[in-house]
Design a protein around this ligand. Structure first.
Ligand code: PFF
Length: 447
């Protein structure tokens, strides 16, 4: 393992890490997945639970992954060996498998979005938005755009951490925020805006109290997915951070910016859905396309509006896909002495092939999404929490680095105990409920 001794690349600038992590977090999870989760789980009630979950569980759980990454300076599998607990490396293996599966269908959805970006220029979906989605979402055309998206992702990752990812996200993240704000201003002028805001922003606490056992696990799954937790992405990115950085401050910024994008995306999507009379949550994975695409077709300047909207989503998806591929590639480079370009090409090709069934059938895609987000991500977080809370002895010390206090400081100690008991219990609870629910869904589907 001679390569392990070579000095590891570091993020070139202070902002590099935050931007790259935000680039990973912000993606289809915010714009495609978040709105239909809000729709399926009762609107504003879900929003409240989701925000609480991100703040109370998501951020401390993100720090758990940062601690493993920075203290080991290794990919998620080797990290556990390096910290002296090789018997826990199965957590890393689970993470890499999860990443592999997520990327395979993520790229298919990103392929649809890429297609809609181009189709906006010609107005191809303006006539029958729903039917158009049906035509392009499954079959050879979907496979083609899945391939295109994987190639673009691979080219950026092959260029290396600093040149590729850091430069790409420096442009992408600010562009995304600016474009979303423009689209919100546009959505504000729509007829259904008031209804959309009411549905999205004014919670009925009775609904939360009555349905919290279904809203909580959905909010949890969404929070992990959107924060890129549970599959080693944040471990990998944190393995390139310097010791003088304050992990808590960085984690707070990343979660804040990511949440901001989801909230902004909702401010575009719900006014639009109410304007065209589509019930939120009813459209499944096609909702964003049929619903928002249909509305875009009605507005003045529809080609430009459509191009901007789907272009933004493509950019967001790209920076997330980069982060997943980076985990897989960094593992191959560290362990098998493979050159970065070769590793990237081979892995992307395999991911592409694994994604083909999802590109041929949206039912298969939904199955991949449900299994990974509901089961594998919470499981990955749960196991990492046990490791950092109870097995690895220097967790508080690592968190304290760059904060000016030491391991016995109030914040590191509080965080450690918070991870050890409350977080473990909540994530364990979520895992049990989600596993039971998924089991129900699977037996329904298969019987
Ligand atoms: N966080 C990304 C999104 O919300 O679209 C998706 C994602 C990236 C999930 C990386 C998991 C991950 F490890």
């Amino acid at each position: 393992m001679a390569l392990e001794e070579v000095t590891r690349e570091k993020w070139a600038t202070r902002l590099g890490f935050i931007l790259a992590a935000v680039g990973s977090a912000v993606g289809l999870g915010n714009i495609w997945r978040f709105p239909f989760q809000v729709g399926q789980e009762g609107g504003a009630a879900f929003l409240v639970m989701y925000l609480l979950f991100v703040a109370i569980i998501g951020i401390p759980a993100m720090l758990v992954e940062f601690v493993v990454g920075r203290s080991s300076e290794r990919n998620p599998i080797n990290a556990f060996d390096r910290l002296g607990h090789g018997e826990w490396r199965f957590i890393g293996i689970l993470g890499v498998i999860t990443g592999f599966l997520i990327l395979s269908y993520y790229s298919v959805v990103a392929g649809w979005v890429t297609r809609y970006t181009f189709a906006s220029l010609t107005g191809a979906y303006f006539g029958e938005a729903g039917a158009y989605f049906g035509q392009i979402s499954a079959g050879p055309a979907a496979v083609g755009f899945h391939a295109l998206f994987m190639v673009v992702t691979a080219v950026i990752v092959a260029a290396g951490i600093q040149k590729g990812i850091e430069m790409a996200v420096k442009v992408m993240v600010p562009a995304l925020l600016v474009l979303l704000v423009g689209l919100i201003a546009y959505a504000f002028t729509l007829e259904g805006a008031a209804q959309g805001y009411e549905y999205y922003l004014s919670p009925d606490f009775g609904v939360i109290a009555a349905n919290w056992t279904s809203i909580l696990p959905a909010a949890a799954g969404q929070a992990f997915f959107t924060l890129s937790l549970g599959m080693g992405v944040m471990i990998t990115y944190a393995s390139y951070i310097d010791e003088d950085r304050n992990l808590g401050v960085d984690g707070g910024w990343i979660a804040f910016l990511n949440t901001l994008v989801s909230i902004l995306a909702g401010l575009v999507v719900f006014p639009v859905l109410f304007t065209i009379g589509t019930e939120p949550g009813s459209g499944g994975p096609g909702e964003l396309f049929a619903g928002v695409g249909g509305a875009i077709a009605q507005v003045p300047g529809s080609r430009l509006v459509g191009f901007l909207f789907f272009g933004v989503v493509t950019i967001a998806a790209l920076s997330s896909a980069i982060s997943i591929l980076e985990v897989l590639v960094s593992y191959a480079i560290d362990n098998y002495s493979i050159e970065r370009p070769t590793a990237t090409a081979v892995i992307s090709a395999i991911v592409f092939v694994v994604g083909i069934p999802s590109a041929m059938s949206t039912d298969v895609l939904t199955l991949f999404d449900a299994t990974t987000a509901q089961l594998l991500l919470p499981l990955g977080v749960f196991l990492t929490v046990i490791f950092v809370g109870w097995v690895y002895q220097d967790s508080a010390k690592e968190l304290a680095k760059g904060t000016g206090s030491d391991a016995s400081g109030t914040l590191p100690v509080l965080w450690l105990w918070y991870v050890r008991i409350p977080i473990l219990i909540v994530v364990g609870f979520v895992l049990v409920i989600n596993a039971t629910e998924l089991y129900g869904t699977l037996t329904d589907m298969l019987l």
